[in-house]
Design a binder for this molecule. Structure first.
Ligand SMILES: *Cc1c(COP(=O)(O)O)cnc(C)c1O
Length: 427
């Protein structure tokens, strides 16, 4: 072992010993590689499985076996009102009021539902303004919504690019773009945390600038929820959507979430795509009337609750509720800072590798994106072969996300020493 490895290992041992969330890793199942648990840095892509997931899903399967249709009202967590269980814990995660959030569908579906209500272009104000290089699904959703309204994405999708030589946008870049293009913008649609760069945007400032310009402000929190603490209500965002299989650990294809600011809670006249579960409960089954939306985010529901996958989300939210975003955030900053420090030591004077995620902890969550001018994909594959699970995003980035609930400081040392060995083979 090299001398600096000893100092890394000692530092990690101390940090792990002081970590208030250290025991939480025992609540999760770790994949194995070469006969031992992996070091998992992919919680930003698919979170690990909580051990309680199987129990909670099995309980719903049991109740279905036992009660059949009567389970809607008779089971231990009646399916008829199952979605309600999620409002409190999700509201805490995103900083909203319980009636501003609902768990349903998948992220892209919810994004379309929200744009149906909040992207209402006119010939003068037709554009959607977003960050350049957005996630493909969001781009496809944006383009198709623009076309749906008879406009052309070439002129109605405004993408903001970083300044020459920069990898990420500054808040000022975004505000400046909103000031100059705001008059033609119907909707400012931003990520909370950008999937490629790991940058955490200033949701409050972006929202204020959008509103000052007369536009709506919506957010995709796929990489933000369960990662960074948000205050969507206070920040005044109009709507937000997220998925639950990344930091929220609710499993592949998990049930997603949605937030709508309370000022829209009773706006029955808003255009929306409706379904029976969004109808006011008192008249949901009545055949004699047309749609009357429920109060708040519930009014955007389409279908009855997806109980089996929601049981997996419940297993995850129990853990978040116990850990609390405050402790998660404290550990996240220490862990990500430790990873950054070790990466910078490993990278040294290799100018073909650099971290593109902002170094300011206020402008990032748990993810560091490391750009490689060359050999990136190969190094990524070698890390995986050594049981260090990271991911590769074209064109040139390895994303590394230490999830505070189950990644340890010792895992960070394992990543750094493995990467160092691999890099020395590439000189
Ligand atoms: C993960 C992710 C998605 C995924 O969309 P699904 O509808 O859940 O498949 C969409 N947008 C962003 C920004 C993401 O990070």
């Amino acid at each position: 072992m090299k001398p600096h490895h000893t100092s890394w290992t000692d530092a990690a041992a101390q940090l792990d010993a002081e970590d208030a969330l250290a025991s939480y890793s025992e609540l999760f199942a770790f994949p194995q590689r070469n006969g031992k648990p992996v070091a998992y840095f992919c919680g930003n892509s698919l979170g690990l499985q909580p051990l309680r997931t199987e129990t909670l899903v099995s309980e719903e399967l049991d109740d279905w076996r036992r009660y059949g249709v009567e389970g809607h009202f008779q089971s231990r967590r009646p399916w008829y009102s199952y979605h309600r269980w999620f409002a409190e814990p999700l509201a805490k995660l995103v900083g909203a009021l319980p009636h501003e959030v609902v768990a349903m569908n998948t992220l892209t579906v919810n994004l379309h539902l929200m744009m149906t209500s909040f992207y209402r272009p006119t010939p003068k104000r037709h554009a959607i303004l977003c960050a350049g290089g957005e996630f493909p699904s969001d781009r496809y959703a944006i383009e198709s919504q623009i076309r749906l309204h008879g406009f052309d994405p070439a002129t109605s999708m405004i993408e903001i690019a970083p300044r020459e030589g920069a990898s990420t946008l500054t808040t000022e870049d975004v505000l400046e773009a909103i000031r100059t293009r705001g008059h033609e913008t119907a909707l400012v649609l931003f990520s909370g945390v950008h999937f490629y760069t790991g940058q955490f945007f200033d949701i409050a400032s972006i929202t204020k600038a959008a509103h000052d310009a007369g536009a709506m402000a919506g957010f995709d929190l796929a990489h933000a929820v369960g990662n960074v603490q948000m205050h969507l209500h206070e920040w005044d965002a109009d709507f937000a959507v997220w998925c639950s299989y990344k930091y929220l650990n609710a499993g592949p294809g998990a049930v997603a979430g949605l937030y709508v600011h309370e000022r829209y809670a009773d706006r029955a006249e808003l255009p929306r795509l409706a379904g029976w579960w969004g109808n006011d409960e008192a008249t949901r089954f009545s055949m004699a009337h047309s749609f009357v939306p429920s109060h708040g985010a519930d009014g955007w529901q389409l279908s009855n609750a997806q109980v089996l996958p929601l049981a997996a989300l419940m297993a995850s939210l129990e853990i978040f509720d116990r850990a609390g975003m405050e402790r998660i955030s404290t550990k996240r900053d220490l862990l990500t800072g430790f990873l950054e420090r070790l990466l910078l030591e490993v990278i040294g004077d290799r100018s073909w590798i650099r971290i593109i995620t902002p170094s300011d902890p206020q402008q990032r969550g748990a993810q560091l994106s490391v750009h490689f001018d060359r050999n990136g994909r190969e190094i990524f594959e070698q890390l995986i072969a050594h049981g260090v699970i990271v991911d590769w995003r074209t064109p040139s980035v390895i994303r590394m996300a230490p999830a505070p609930l189950y990644t340890s400081f010792a895992d960070v040392v394992r990543l750094a020493t493995t990467l160092e060995t691999l890099l020395s083979a590439h000189e």
